[in-house]
Write a protein that binds this ligand. Sequence first.
Ligand code: PLP
Length: 390
Amino acid sequence: MTTLMNTYARLPVAFSHGQGCRMTDTEGREYLDALSGIAVNTLGHAHPKLVAAISSQAGRLLHTSNLYCVREQEQLADKLTALSGLSEAFFCNSGAEANECAIKLARFYGHKKGIEAPAIIVMEKSFHGRTMATLSATGSRKVQAGFEPLVSGFVRVPFDDIEAVRGVAQNNHNVVAVMLEVVQGEGGLHMAKLEYLHQIRQLCDEKGWLFMCDEVQCGMARTGKWFGYQHAGILPDVVTLAKGLGSGVPIGACLAGGKAAGLFGPGNHGSTFGGNLLACTAALTTLEVIEQDQLMAKAERMGELIRQGLREALAGVAGVVDIRGMGLMIGVELDRPCGELVKQGLEAGLLINVTAEKVIRLLPALVFGEAEVGELVPELAALIKKFLTA
Ligand SMILES: *Cc1c(COP(=O)(O)O)cnc(C)c1O
């Protein structure tokens, strides 16, 4: 027993150090990390450039306050707006907080248009966080159960179904925004059709709604482009980021452009820690290394290698329903609940995850290379085969 609040069913392992895509536990056993802390350790573990940058920053200043100018924050906002095509950034400390900012922006936008009870269209199987507003936006009863009353102002529709959204558009005149994940991570690795994203963009333009993309998991170059929506060539009004943004140093961001830009004034939103010097230095370094080492292209290539390898190794294996994903966001769907595979992987020295009960989820660091793929594919395929025939 520990004195920790019992919020996670933890695996019986603790790690002492790591290097690249490997971690070593406190007993000295080594593991191949195909999860990177749930899409957080973008540059893998102990990346020398990140270690140097944050060590040096820690020796100067960790935190000042948003009462003062923070140059690193301004640089990071410049960088993220240039990469995303949006025009301004707010920094916070997590994905849920980034989405809270997006939800507040949408409501504020609605009130400015004279809508007193603004509503946001959200998706089935979505995940947006664990705060009251973001768990209310999340499309999972498990996340919500026991925390009622939920925050009102969300209208739920099936994911990737434009007719459902059009139906709401006809009947509900309080709608101010649509919020979705281009690739649903927690919900089981479901990808929106590019056509659907175009249709949502068009509908949002017609209706004067904000199009808000939660890129907390699929953003940061993981899918082979900086942001998932860029595969469709569209531009949302609001984009939220966190997870991989600081490569392990907590930081979140809410980016706004178009109709969503320029809404907030001083006092409308804030964060004590948000965008401090340490976090922004980590994010700036992460972006710099992704660019210098062309990790976007690498993510696309390695993702394809993993999927192809798994398709070959698992061809004809009964019980494998689908192998899918984009870049280094990979799902292997089985025909049965397979949570046990996480523990079996651990025993075999492989760190993986299972989400939506039946979907093995891989989210390796963007530095995952061919040598690691060569290890991961046969080991995981063997685990899956053994599991399915047991
Ligand atoms: C993880 C996640 C969140 C929540 O992020 P936290 O940092 O845990 O608050 C929100 N949205 C998506 C898509 C996520 O994957």
